[in-house]
Design a protein around this ligand. Sequence first.
Ligand code: TYD
Ligand code: MG
Length: 450
Amino acid sequence: MANGKEFVCTECGATFYRWSGRCPNCERWDTLQERAGRRAPGAPRVAPAEPPARLADIDLGEMQRVSAGMAELDRVLGGGLLLGSSVLLGGAPGIGKSTLLLQAAGKMATRDVSCLYVSCEESLGQVKMRADRIGLEASELAVSAETSLEGALALLETARPRVAVVDSIQRIAAEGIESPPGSLRQVLAGATALTDVCKRQGCALLMVGHVTKKGAIAGPRSLEHLVDTVLYLESEKFQSLRVLRAEKNRFGTINEIGVFQMSPEGLREVTNPSALFLAERNAEASGSIVAATMEGTRALLVEIQALVGPGSYGTPERKVSGVDYRRFSMMLSVLERRAELKLAGCDAFVNVAGGIRVFEPAADLPLVMALASSFLDSPFPEKTVAVGEVGLGGEVRSVGQVEKRLKEAAKLGFVNAIIPPGNAGAAASSFPGRIRPVADIRAAIQLLGR
Ligand code: TYD
Ligand code: MG
């Protein structure tokens, strides 16, 4: 910063101290512009805007949570919507973002939480049609089709809602800025002004954000830094299931998921996802096992499927969906070395049914078992559930929250549980069926076909 000059990319927001024709970050041409008037580092400001407050004197009056009207959404938010906080909801077009937020806003409005739904993409008539179609009874919900930022801010100032929805942040534009809606400058200006006003008024702000082809929320990363919570609504192609997860949450964990099903009446909450994920399972097929996993505080049973076959020429093909690829590679090596299964030249595929992602080490054992079962073409006994971490020596290590996992399995009618020996005590008190502790993966594989 020798001469104090800075160049900002108008597309991705990255800053550089040297001009170049192409942005080194997003690789777009002719987007770097000089930003003037930066203070030299260390130069003092005139005076602080406000003196600092004593921690004990800070008033939490406005910082309270309200239920978003849907338990699955509340859980992902960290126990409801925090007034004064800002939430960005991302997801592919047509996935159900507008439906979800309209339903939540409607539910809140009927419970006397004043709500303002700013629909920048759809007309008032379209919003009404959608509300009618999903049978939303929310006569008190305030709806506006405002697309100017100044207009939306004025609405917030006069209506003073407790919750505001802006659908979407890419469609709102400030009149004073010449760039088109959706451009970096517009999105940043809109999001900054809206979050500031809402924070000041103690209003919760929910903004919809479109995603790029790569799946990130369109616009700069700084948009994600600006808000308190970033949520994504996702689905597997051609499936009605929708999974809501938090990518960032300043006021809760990011481990919780919310599960919904898209129906003619809008998004329906799925309160027992395990049953749904296992509904279409063929229990007699080899290469399939049910894993007792945890998603945040909730136990979730999911089917892990593997397909292992002789490879053709060259490098064997390996693909996974729903599990960590590095973990998968490691488990293949462990099987090869510790259980002497000749997998090196084989093609191998793994899939978690229902479009769920299972990234916890407790899914190692089920993963290993699914691969072995497919390779040996031998199924596990019916109604068997498995859980356990696998080490490089092939040993099966204990996992947390075994009681919760096995209680869920018992509830769904499972009668065999394959678990780490270290968890046997906890398992006995929570699972009425047959418990099979396995010290290593060889012991687990011996249970095949029995
Ligand atoms: P929408 O909420 O408009 O998606 P987004 O805002 O993320 O772009 O959802 C649109 C899709 O959902 C559309 O393809 C139709 C489907 N849908 C239903 O299946 N049932 C419904 O009750 C509604 C409202 C939408
Ligand atoms: Mg929409």
